[in-house]
Write a protein that binds this ligand. Structure first.
Ligand code: FCB
Length: 450
């Protein structure tokens, strides 16, 4: 069967500033929470730091060439807040603005549509020192930053994302495994509330700029959980938590339906975690957006018994990363239906990230990673389900593969390779993997036979 995608379907690739740019100390860039966090022993695998990563800051022309050669129609990248405003607010770093001007011009000259994210996790360190997202002032800091971006690039970029995956701030403030490494759930819950209000304020600001061709949205990742043993109390509780308390429902409910869900409100009340809100906050969060960005990687089956078995195995020294998680590409289809049916999403949807990883234990040659049939098989499955959702009438406009390049994968550094291009982190040379060539074919044919 031929899986053909709609005319004008956008086939893209995605990256984020902190993961690919490098040049962390150049041209006036300030520090981000990730630059600092990575220097705390034990926080990033093997003590890696994001100083150089893929060095896209110096090699963007080469990367745009790669994209052009693959037929990529749109590049989703993020602005680095500390490169634009080294202190988070106040003085604008012109060299930072100039960099993105060069990048955007280069993309457009090559017929590639820029899709720009304002915030992909790299909060300026100077703002963290003032409490970061936990401080309600962060709403003002973010809108000041958004204004600098819109003033400079509003007429250059037509696809804007306010935030990438708000949940990452919970991982950083509540769980401690992402920057800035805090483990304070109450503070984290407040931080996320502030962040959602900041999103709404940025959308209002965007509207006031009256940019006739530009659209704005937000990216929320969805890992849809279901109980492995339906009816089993433990599994059901884990799935509920994964969906509503510490997952997508936390964001989608206030964004699309208004206010926090019943389940989350109950959890907040029972645990004394209700974030301080001001009148009007929930209206602001629900400010209408033009599109929704879905980051999709997997569906999750919660099985407490299985989880215990895995934990035992880990303690015995085996398992962990060696254990391949089950893959549930079909979950993307369920997610699309849930967006429309449960959250009444009526704006166009883009898959703003999706991809597969290869683990690099440092003991395998480059050639091993260039041949990646597992990635192709996974992508094919995802595309089939996506195609089916489109055939059902869901308005899905595009797909961005994560990622163009192997890059700095946050707390696991270069250990997880998500690229369709291999990055040699010593020479910074880029090489197509087989998946890149396959993707080029899909783009060229606007679909595939399978
Ligand atoms: C997403 C992030 C992105 C990258 C991929 C693998 O959650 O948005 O930066 O880390 O996962």
């Amino acid at each position: 069967m031929k899986y053909e995608f709609p005319d004008n379907f956008i086939w893209g690739v995605a990256t984020a500033a902190q993961q690919v740019e490098g040049a962390a100390f150049e041209d006036g860039r300030g520090l981000s929470i990730w630059d600092v966090f990575a220097r705390i022993p034990g926080k990033v695998k093997d003590g890696q730091v994001p100083d150089v990563t893929c060095d896209q800051y110096h090699r963007y022309e080469e990367d745009v060439k790669l994209m052009k050669d693959l037929g990529i129609k749109s590049y989703r990248f993020s602005f680095s807040w500390p490169r634009i405003l080294p202190d988070g607010t106040g003085k604008v770093n012109q060299a930072g603005v100039d960099y993105y001007r060069r990048l955007i011009r280069c993309l457009k000259e090559n017929g590639i549509e820029p899709n720009a994210t304002m915030y992909h996790w790299d909060l300026p360190w100077q703002l963290q020192l003032k409490g970061g997202w936990g401080n309600r002032e962060s709403i003002r800091w973010f809108t000041e930053y958004a204004k600098v971006l819109l003033d400079n690039f509003g007429s250059e970029v037509n696809l804007w994302v306010t935030f990438n995956e708000p949940i990452a701030t919970y991982v950083g403030y509540g769980m401690g495994t992402f920057a800035p490494g805090l483990t304070d759930e109450k503070y984290a819950r407040q931080a996320l509330h502030n962040l959602l209000v900041a999103h709404g304020e940025a959308v209002k600001l965007f509207r006031s700029c009256r940019l006739p061709d530009a659209k704005i949205g937000i990216v929320v990742d969805i890992w849809k959980h279901r109980a492995g043993r339906p009816g089993n109390e433990e599994d059901e509780a884990a799935a509920l938590k994964g969906n509503e308390i510490a997952g997508y429902g936390w964001f989608l409910h206030p964004l699309f339906l208004g206010g926090y869900s019943e389940e989350l409100t109950k959890y907040y009340t029972e645990n004394g975690l209700t974030p301080a809100a001001e009148p009007g906050d929930f209206e602001t969060i629900k400010e209408p957006i033009d599109f929704y960005g879905l980051n999709f990687y997997n569906g999750i089956v919660d099985n407490a018994e299985e989880a215990r078995r895995r934990a035992e195995k880990r303690q015995a020294g085996g398992g962990n990363y060696q254990d391949k998680p089950e893959q549930h590409p079909e979950a993307i289809y369920e997610v699309m239906h849930m967006l429309v049916e449960k959250y009444h999403v009526s704006v166009p949807i883009y898959v703003t990230e999706n991809g597969a990883l290869q683990l690099d234990f440092g003991d395998r040659p480059k050639e091993y990673f260039l041949d990646d049939p597992d990635r192709v098989a996974y992508l094919k499955e995802v595309f089939r389900w996506l195609h089916k959702a489109i055939a059902d009438g869901i308005d899905i406009r595009g797909y961005y593969l994560w990622s163009l390049l192997d890059n700095f994968e946050w707390n696991v550094g270069t250990f997880m390779r998500y690229g369709i291009c291999y990055t040699d982190f010593r020479t910074l040379e880029r090489t197509y993997k087989n998946s890149a060539l396959w993707y080029r074919q899909v783009i060229g044919d606007n679909g595939f036979e399978g």
